[in-house]
Design a protein around this ligand. Sequence first.
Ligand SMILES: [Zn+2]
Ligand SMILES: [Zn+2]
Length: 657
Amino acid sequence: MDWKESSAGHGHSHGNDGQSCHGLHGAHSGHSHGFMPNFQFMQRGEAMLDPTQQPKKYTQIEDSSSWDIVKATQFGAFDRCKELVEAGYDVRQPDKENVTLLHWAAINNRIELIKYYLSKGAVVDQLGGDLNSTPLHWAIRQGHLQTVIQLMRYGADPSLVDGEGYAGLHLAVLFQNMPIAAYLMAKGQEVDASDANGQTSLMLAAQKIIGPEPTNFLLRCNASVNAVDKVNRNSPLHCAVLAGNVDSAHILLDSGASVELQNANGHTPLDLAHQVNSPMLIHMLDMVKNERKKSNTRCLRFLNSYQAVLQCVFSVCVMWALGAILDLNSESWLLKGVLLACLLAMINLSCRRLASATVQSLVPSTILIASIFWMFVTWCLWFLPDILYTHIHNLTSEVTWSHYGGANDVSPDCFGSSVLLPAYLQNRPWDCQGDRGGEEEGEHENIVVLAEAGCLDPRIFCTSCMMRKPMRAHHCFSCNSCIAKQDHHSLWINGCIGARNHHFFVLFLMTLNLLCSWMLYNCVMYWSQRCVSRASDGLWEMITELFTCSPWITYICIITLLHMAWASVTLAQQLYQIAFLGLTTAERASLLHGQRKLPPAYSLRQNPFNRGVLKNLVNFFQLRCCGLCKPLVLDWTQEIPMGLNRDHQMFNSLDPV
Ligand SMILES: [Zn+2]
Ligand SMILES: [Zn+2]
């Protein structure tokens, strides 16, 4: 029934024609997005607003003079429609499938025709089609925000329900058209309004939409997390569990959804998880239930308030224990094996008993801190005495150890600073929360203003934060915030890398690499002094020999190598992206993903943010070189960074899309 236009090249200009964001002065700072370059990065849920999917410009190649009025409406042949209506066609007259012309115009986003038909007396809330829907329902299903706005201007009622019992907001959520849902709520639709079955939009999102987006969005709009439907008395969490929707259940639990709530049959969400036989949901619900039960105990309250520090101490202890077991003065591998197994069992047990999702997210960063800590301790206790000894030895005798060349020239301060810098950089506040606008007051008016100006586009509006995104910003679901010029969410930092801290991150990687190289050098020096190894014996013999010589140093060396591996790969990738592409990791990934749509000869380097290797580096690191360079100073946290306009050089390069 839902006829969609083929991409055969028919059509008419789409609804955004003539509308732009110029001159928009809402509650926001009044900057406009009208000059957004065509170069835009594809993001979540963007496909529906992909310009290539919009109806194409009507070409005069095909003669429309013989079309009937339904076809002319579908293809947006305004003149032909007008001709037929003026010849006496009644615009209220439904076709044999009980569909009116207004329905056809709405589903195909023909705004001019909608205005024309309504001026000729069409009924705006006419029910029609198999689903007994209004034109507004059809427009919402298709995600045509401008049509929705037009129809509502003419008095269309979004609270009417269709044949399936869904009102406008339910349809917007079911079809994941979040800008329309935001607009409908801004226009006064209740977020907790129920459909014919008594289900709220949140229940529908939890039950029918896989992925975090609609659930997250509705919770941000204060949807009731413990509302129950009229029939089965299921809460949104019941719905998510029944549908096996892990993402949704996770978000609902985070928002405090009750795990004890019973439905009409006396079943809790956990009972339902057992019924649908989903081990993941059972584990998740069990964990939350136990966590909440224990959260009142004094011990856990203490653990929660100091979890980052405790996790750090825990990682340091575990790392020491692992090394200490390997370093045991015993020949028995059986003993070491048993001790290692005990250690693993203890880690496993403490993780199961105490670790919440927040603690788990801290694991990589605390491992890194613990590694740097033990590298420092190793340097102080193992390498420093050797260096000092050599130093004193040099002073007292003329003999130098040629094979230890160089190391004695480096003062301990040098190592101290190279240890402290990565530790400091890693622990500096990676504030990403500040990037959110989050003005609560006037939010609704603002959304209406933005929507009516055609600016409620997922590329420039974040439905999770309910604000216009700064240029090049992405929403991070881990930080639950829009991050200006987001690069990626780093596990090692446990935060987002964006405009505010990107250069610090690169500096951090550089110092970490330096530190690791320095540690490796010291390890080699230590071995060459303390361990007698015959290179001719082969690699394996050499490794066993080194390990027997000093298990702790070998252990630290392996940890160093592991950190160096990820740090050097990440640094190389970062420098390539910054210098040669001028792109962030997120932008590069989305461009690579969407490269199929681009011309075959297209290169990632042809983007408006790439200004050449030298300029990219100067801008990124804000290098002034005593006034020789003039880096471009932009505040990416602003909606449109100051000093950036359409005529700016940055947008003068090739347009890749
Ligand atoms: Zn956001
Ligand atoms: Zn993040």
